[in-house]
Ligand binder design. Sequence first.
Ligand code: KG4
Ligand code: ZN
Length: 367
Amino acid sequence: MAILARPNKKMIVLGIETSCDETGVALYNTTAWEEGKPAFQGILGQGLHSQIAMHRDYGGVVPELASRDHIRRVLPLLDESLAQSELKLSDIDAVAFTQGPGLAGALLVGSAFAKSLAQGLNLPSIGVHHLEGHLLSPLLGQTVPQFPFIALLVSGGHTQLMKVSGIGQYQLLGETLDDAAGEAFDKTAKLLGLDYPGGAAISRLAEQGRSGIFDLPKPMLHSGDLDFSFSGLKTAVLNQVKKFAEKNITEAQEIKQFHADLARSFVDSLVAVLVSKSEKALKQTGCKHLVLAGGVGANLQLRSALNEKAKRNGFEVHYPPLELCTDNGVMIAFAGALRLLAENNGSSKSGAFDIKPRWDLASNNLK
Ligand code: KG4
Ligand code: ZN
């Protein structure tokens, strides 16, 4: 467990997440963390609304619709979180919100809401980096990683390998040069006729497919660095779809099997690259703990491949609870709470709605 810069500062932190298509609100009590108890015991209440159904017809997130929906949802979700926690607004000690990266309009809703509430209650507020929320969320799991650890962050917008030396101590080791892993899942899902966002659906489809039917590339597997590239993999899937279409096959079972086999090869390739680069990062840094975070962290094939490697190669893998893999308010309340416990954490009483749609995580390291 981390050594805290300023122990015994029990706080109840409200977290607000609105960076993309989930509105998340949660309340976190720092006492459990400060007393060295399992961190998940500090979760007091949470409310979450996913906009996926609203965006599905458009095949992706429509930013303006996302912003408007965050406005509609955030206040009822706060009421829900307070009711679950049996707390009042006056019990809150600080407000954390996702300051970036993400959709500008969506971030503005969370920032405006958090800052206004904090000003009204005369509380400090703190802007949290969305990816810090993801990469600290495994600390809320059943087995807690030891610092320093490697974080494999795989979401709809990011694919990164980070070295995490402590709270607010992050070093980027490698990242995707084009599509993020989740984006590759979603684009491939579309090619296979699945609804947005297709990550979980592809994963289920792949379970029915046979390995090795298609020889898809494993991009940058041997590049020698820790960067990724997934756009070529998606193009290879597109080429197979085109080839199959030329055959004019109409038999439903055959089409279904084709889709399942292709999904399987896609998942196998993507997982092979993610696992191999994660192992390389562990070897390169001497770390023995790996953390998997972000929406693609919910992928069961990736989890099982990492577990198998960990057993064989003597490292430990840690996951957030499954429901905290995708975007949520708990991870923002938690990351905000851990920052607030540290010195020079960047919290303020400023009312400015300052957001950072593009934001490098390491630039926000604690000094
Ligand atoms: O972290 P997240 O909720 O949002 C971002 O910050 O981007 O991640 C969403 C991404 C989507 O691309 C979605 O398809 C993917 O996570 N995803 C999955 C699974 N569940 C969600 N990808 C693969 N397998 C899953 N089970
Ligand atoms: Zn996310």
